[in-house]
Design a protein around this ligand. Structure first.
Ligand SMILES: Nc1ncnc2c1ncn2[C@@H]1O[C@H](COP(=O)(O)OP(=O)(O)OP(=O)(O)O)[C@@H](O)[C@H]1O
Length: 235
């Protein structure tokens, strides 16, 4: 089954609990915002989902593949945009995408078709020949999202992709991110900014290593703004 399933997931840094019995389930094509203040456990969760860390306890299933039993199949279906940029700044957008395609064994006409598609999707086709170093923060982010989509992931993870962007770029990336599940991709998007979450979004609030709420944003808020609700439950 496609989608993302996490159950009974816990993780410790020595004595420090970073995740405590976290569980949730996203179906194919679901879009979900993961909202948590600094230190809530978002990065730890992403590090476990991408197998940078190995969970002490719990299960993760990505597009039907158990991450522990079949990591290769699970990770092959995953796309990820990390919080820090991982582009090669001395390469152009096109070269960065070609390099990533080669890592995935994608070549020839198929590669060119895929690159054309993701460039169009992120509206950066006209910048393809520019070096990543010369791009502004918003276009770097778009390039990273384009790269993460190149191999048609079933599940896409984005770890605070708007960090460090100005207001206009933040809004543009937030809009792009909200459109990413329209083709059936399951999207989990971590943020610590309540104003990036839309009322109809599926929302998981993570706080102090635990899931505080899981549901539709406007239902969780109960008539209040998400900003107010989030502040109230996390401070
Ligand atoms: N390497 C580490 N050693 C010890 N404790 C850690 C380490 N990394 C994270 N922590 C702690 O684990 C908890 C969860 O941290 P994590 O980085 O996952 O939170 P986060 O929600 O991603 O925060 P941020 O928004 O600041 O990135 C925090 O209390 C943090 O201090």
């Amino acid at each position: 089954m496609n989608g993302l399933r996490v159950s009974n997931l816990s993780y410790q840094f020595g004595e420090k609990t970073a995740l405590d019995n976290v569980g949730f389930s996203l179906d194919q094509g679901d879009f979900c915002a993961l909202l948590g203040p600094n230190g809530a456990g978002k990065s730890t969760l992403f590090n476990l989902l991408t197998r940078l860390f190995v969970a002490g306890q719990g299960q993760i299933s990505i597009a039907g593949h158990d991450l522990q039993k079949d990591p290769r199949a699970a990770l092959a279906t995953l796309g990820i945009v990390f919080q820090q940029t991982t582009l090669d700044l001395d390469l152009t957008i096109l070269q960065n995408l070609r390099y990533f395609a080669a890592l995935h064994g994608i070549s020839g006409r198929d590669r060119n078709r895929r690159i054309g598609r993701v460039l169009d999707r992120m509206q950066i086709a006209d910048r393809a020949g520019e070096k990543a170093r010369t791009l502004n923060g918003g276009h770097k982010r778009r390039t990273e999202i384009a790269r993460a989509l190149l191999h048609d992931p079933k599940v896409l993870l984005l770890d605070e992709p708007t960090v460090g962007l100005d207001a206009a770029a933040r809004q543009a990336i937030t809009n792009h991110v909200h459109s990413l599940s329209s083709d059936g991709t399951t999207v989990l998007w971590a943020t610590h900014l309540a104003d990036e979450v839309w009322p109809d979004d599926r929302l998981i609030i993570l706080h102090n290593s635990r899931v505080l709420a899981d549901g539709r944003a406007k239902d969780i808020c109960g008539g209040d703004t998400l900003e107010n609700h989030f502040l109230r439950v996390t401070t």
